[in-house]
Design a protein around this ligand. Structure first.
Ligand code: SF4
Length: 121
């Protein structure tokens, strides 16, 4: 069973991108970056924001995810980086490197691909 933790931009999650619904819809439909789980048991076990600019608190936040979920016997096996980070974060390289180095699990860029390419056309 894959247990997925999505990490997104604090300035965007549930604010600009209301309810993180596009990530969840893409997962439920197993499309975009979640297509890899099409014929597998997989669950989203958490949606975590980066902790705000410049991403300095992402490592302690990952530790909190571990501690908070230990009594539940739930730990992520995969991390997905939301497009709110991938497309917009000026601290992307440092932020994602820290996640990759410290998490010890596979980090995959991308979740949904519902972001419109243009606004008025
Ligand atoms: S560090 Fe990047 S992902 Fe996090 S709040 Fe700032 S812009 Fe968003």
């Amino acid at each position: 069973m894959e247990k997925i933790l999505i990490i997104g931009c604090k300035k965007t999650m549930d604010d600009v991108c209301i309810g993180c619904s596009r990530c969840l819809v893409a997962f439920n439909r197993r499309v975009s970056a979640f297509e890899r789980y099409k014929d597998m048991d997989a669950e989203i076990m958490g949606i975590l924001n980066c902790g705000d600019c410049p991403g300095a608190s992402i490592v302690p936040r990952l530790i909190q995810v571990k501690l908070w979920n230990m009594p539940l016997d739930e730990q992520p096996t995969k991390i997905h980086i939301g497009p709110c980070i991938a497309d917009n974060c000026p601290y992307y390289d440092d932020l994602v490197t820290k996640i990759q180095v410290k998490s010890g699990i596979e980090v995959i860029e991308g979740t949904h691909s519902y972001t419109p390419s243009s606004i008025f056309s």
